[in-house]
Design a protein around this ligand. Structure first.
Ligand SMILES: NC(=O)c1ccc[n+]([C@@H]2O[C@H](COP(=O)([O-])OP(=O)(O)OC[C@H]3O[C@@H](n4cnc5c(N)ncnc54)[C@H](O)[C@@H]3O)[C@@H](O)[C@H]2O)c1
Ligand SMILES: O=C(O)CC[C@@H](O)C(=O)O
Length: 409
């Protein structure tokens, strides 16, 4: 599958899931105006049809770019996830097809942290059920099951960008912070890393989940973990829906092991705002349900739009893969020659030699060269003079092991 695009500015770009207008502005400022924008996520034949002619695509968390979908999109050159999570994309399949995937690793971090902090206070005061009752005309003025958060213990599972921010904010309210992470992490403030998930569950009054979706985090909160939580404690999940076994959570709420929960993400989420939402948690008034809006603030979405669109435009125009989550990362200056060849190949012995041989056999001077590899993929970027580059481009496309080759002039 060796493909070439004559000029980065010819890119056809499709944005799904209501990506913020700042993305369009950023792309337009970089000279990319062939952009179509859709409000919803798409699936199946609709998705394939919408992306058939796309060189670059922008999605959020709902559009599933599986290996099967990617196999039907030979033209696709790069993917922008306008969010933190990239679990909706088969990253390995994308890399094998020479498609770098970009995201916005921290533009909505603060928004999630603020929501979680507010939920801790709301849950510990029993506000969700008092609010629901009052809307029906019921007056429940009582201090039963209502506590200050000061002096209580917050247990954070996944002490990354979001988890650390929540820990810092919670300490400002006087909470004790403990965390569990698979990596050894620098504790901020007075936070303490505990040796196991079980130790955290036994210690925490409120448990908040901030892990990515991986095979290891699937159902990491199930019946055994709820049983290990303190009686009368609370759970917050603003990470991914697959991390919590929802039926086990419902059972723990039913038997009052947990006094409440705040859930922003679900194993199955509606594709758009008009689709129905179903969960066994609907019957619990002590559960705050939010429609995956942890990162949905004006500030976060505007920043994400700018950040990911800039990464897509930069890859299109200059070849830079800096911060790509599945790909050899090459940070590139503007081309030193008149043209730049971008060669993505399987990482097999002798590939660089073969590329360079073609240049020396044709007597073409390489003005600048950059190389980065992962165990599977190699990415070589070569700057050369314009006429010579076009000759070399035709040669390089034909090298065995080439996944994708592109020239930007
Ligand atoms: N609700 C929302 O709108 C929203 C918004 C942003 C992010 N998110 C979700 O939150 C997740 C976390 O975001 P982040 O920016 O803090 O990510 P991050 O990568 O900075 O941190 C994740 C942390 O989890 C740890 N971890 C991974 N696997 C683990 C495991 N099995 N057990 C314990 N720890 C584990 C990692 O070591 C890391 O420290 C994202 O992956 C995304 O899915 C949701
Ligand atoms: O905006 C979204 O769809 C997802 C937001 C959040 O889950 C993320 O991963 O950043």
């Amino acid at each position: 599958m060796a493909t070439g695009t004559a000029n980065g500015r010819d890119f056809n770009i499709v944005l799904l899931e209501g990506i913020h207008a700042t993305a369009l502005e950023t792309l337009a400022a970089a000279g990319h105006t062939r952009v179509s924008s859709h409000a919803r996520s798409l699936a199946g034949d609709e998705l394939i049809a919408a992306l058939a002619e796309a060189d670059l695509v922008g999605i959020r968390s709902r559009t599933q770019l599986t290996a099967e979908v990617l196999a039907q999109l030979p033209r696709l050159a790069a993917i922008g996830c306008f969010c933190i999570g990239t679990n909706q994309v088969d990253l390995a399949a994308a890399a094998q097809r020479g498609i770098p995937v970009f995201n916005a690793p921290f533009s909505n971090t603060r928004s999630v942290a603020e929501l979680v902090l507010a939920e801790i206070v709301m849950l510990m005061r029993g506000i969700p059920e008092k609010n629901a009752l009052l809307h029906r005309g019921g007056w429940m003025k009582s201090a039963a099951n209502a506590w200050e958060v000061r002096g209580k213990t917050l247990g954070i599972i996944g002490y990354g960008h979001i988890g650390t921010q929540i820990g810092v904010l919670a300490e400002q309210l006087g909470m004790n912070v403990v965390f569990h992470d698979i990596e050894a992490k620098l504790p901020l403030g007075n936070a303490r890393q505990l040796g196991s998930l079980e130790a955290l569950l036994a210690a925490a009054d409120v448990v908040s989940l901030h892990v990515p979706e991986t095979p290891a985090t699937r159902d990491m909160m199930g019946a055994a973990q709820f049983a290990a939580m303190k009686p009368g404690s609370f759970l917050i999940n603003a990470s991914r829906g697959t991390v919590v076994d929802i039926d086990a959570l419902a059972a723990a709420l039913e038997r009052k092991q947990l006094l409440g929960a705040a859930i922003d993400v679900f194993p199955v989420e509606p594709k758009g705002n008009d689709d129905p939402f179903v969960t066994p948690l609907l019957r619990f008034e002590n559960v705050i349900l939010t429609p995956h809006i942890g990162g949905s603030t004006a500030e976060a979405q505007a920043n994400i739009g700018r950040e990911v669109a800039a990464k897509l435009a930069r890859y299109g125009d200059n070849g830079s893969t800096a911060t790509a989550v599945n790909f050899p990362q090459v940070t590139l200056p503007e081309p030193a020659g008149q043209c730049r060849i971008l060669h993505i190949h399987h990482n097999v012995p002798g590939m660089l030699a073969r590329i360079n041989e073609r240049f020396s056999a044709a007597g073409i001077n390489i003005v600048a060269q950059y190389l980065q590899t992962t165990p599977d993929i190699g990415y070589v970027v070569i700057d050369a003079d314009a006429d010579a580059s076009r000759v070399a481009f035709d040669e390089l496309k034909a090298i065995e092991g080439t996944i994708r080759c592109r020239i930007v002039c």
